[in-house]
Design a protein around this ligand. Structure first.
Ligand code: FES
Length: 107
């Protein structure tokens, strides 16, 4: 199992355990977390799974997938160099302890 901590816009921290191969988006949805919508189910068609990588993880969580930049353009909140579509981050053992921050809103 891989632990992921989500930090909400209000500063609440929620840590969940998910299986390797799950996405950061699907792990959040499975826990019923507010803050990630995942409207398209992970097919990179909506940007309602926008998250910000914690600075400590920015270099370790891989780079954006093809097309991710374009879809992030439709994110509701500001996009930064740490912005990712959480559906495109697959959990691996190397990402155990990953921390992501959630935007104020997704839609
Ligand atoms: S869930 Fe739609 S782009 Fe990630």
């Amino acid at each position: 199992m891989v632990k992921v901590t989500y930090i909400t816009h209000d500063g609440d921290q929620i840590t969940v355990e998910a299986a390797e191969g799950d996405s950061v988006m699907s792990a959040a949805i499975a826990e019923g977390l507010d803050g990630i919508v995942g409207e398209c189910g992970g097919s990179m068609m909506c940007a309602t799974c926008h998250c910000y990588l914690d600075p400590d993880w920015a270099d370790r969580a891989g780079s954006r997938a093809d097309g991710e930049d374009d879809m992030l353009d439709s994110a509701v909140c500001d996009v930064t160099d740490r912005s990712r579509l959480s559906c495109q981050i697959r959990l691996t053992a190397e990402l155990d302890g990953l921390v992501v921050h959630l935007p104020e809103e997704q839609v």
